[in-house]
Write a protein of this length. Structure first.
Length: 244
């Protein structure tokens, strides 16, 4: 597999607050890499720097070998990097189908083509029967599905999911886990921020751990759950005992 994304020595400061400090890692094509760590560790800030929502203070982001550091979000999205948000941003007065079509319009001005793309994605994400329901009337799991579906409509090569399993029950979490695996099988690469370790460990190829803005560990899931620094900073002894 070839390298798709490389994050190189990223630092992001807000005044005197250092949200990310000298963070580096890379993603291979067709892999799932998860970014974990306690609240306030700087995970979403790092997402924002990669996706172009604000430029890093220092460091570089490379996508397919091209320096994309500081490029605007719309340009990065058009290049093939799409992200979802912690707070679901469903368009309340638009139907499920129309929500998804807004993503498809990134690459086409044709309503017919956008509608066709939305149809394929609704089938993949289990939303076909709900295509005419308004975004504001959806359950939390369906809002999250729409968020993912709209992101998929932009035709990403790298899909970044920010806590897409938060607030879901066990059955719904399993559904999202299976969707992530299906997306990887289809050729997508995924970078996932998540707190539900029981969900993220089985589907991840590698784990990157942040704490207080710094990367403290990176490796295979089986190595991360036994890493003493990660246990102390985030997982806790209870998780370590349960995973062994």
């Amino acid at each position: 597999m070839s390298e798709l994304l490389r994050v190189e020595n990223i630092t992001k400061k807000f005044g005197n607050l250092v949200a990310n400090e000298d963070v580096s890692f890379s993603l291979e094509e067709n892999s799932i890499v998860s970014l974990i760590g306690p609240n306030g560790a700087g995970k979403t800030t790092l997402f924002n720097s990669i996706a172009g929502y604000y430029p890093p203070t220092s460091g570089k982001v490379y996508f397919r070998g091209q320096d994309i550091t500081g490029k605007p979000a719309y340009e990065i999205c058009r290049m093939g990097i799409t992200r979802t948000f912690q707070v679901v941003k469903t368009l309340k007065e638009m139907t499920v189908e129309e929500n998804i079509m807004t993503g498809a319009f990134l690459h086409t001005a044709s309503r017919k083509q956008a509608q066709a793309a939305a149809g394929e994605i609704m089938e993949l994400t289990g939303l076909t029967e709900k295509k005419n329901i308004l975004g504001g009337s959806l359950t939390i799991i369906d809002k999250k599905r729409v968020e993912i579906a709209r992101a998929l409509a932009t035709k990403p090569q790298l899909l970044m999911l920010d806590e897409c399993m938060a607030g879901l029950n066990q059955t719904e979490i399993k559904d999202v886990m299976n969707l992530c695996l299906d997306l990887r099988k289809s050729g997508l690469t995924l970078l996932i921020v998540e707190h539900i370790m029981e969900a993220i460990m089985p589907i991840s190829d590698r784990i990157v751990v942040l704490n207080a803005g710094k990367k403290i560990a990176e490796g295979l899931p089986k190595d991360i759950v036994n890493n003493e620094e990660v246990i102390k900073a985030y997982l806790g002894d209870r998780y370590n005992a349960e995973s062994n």
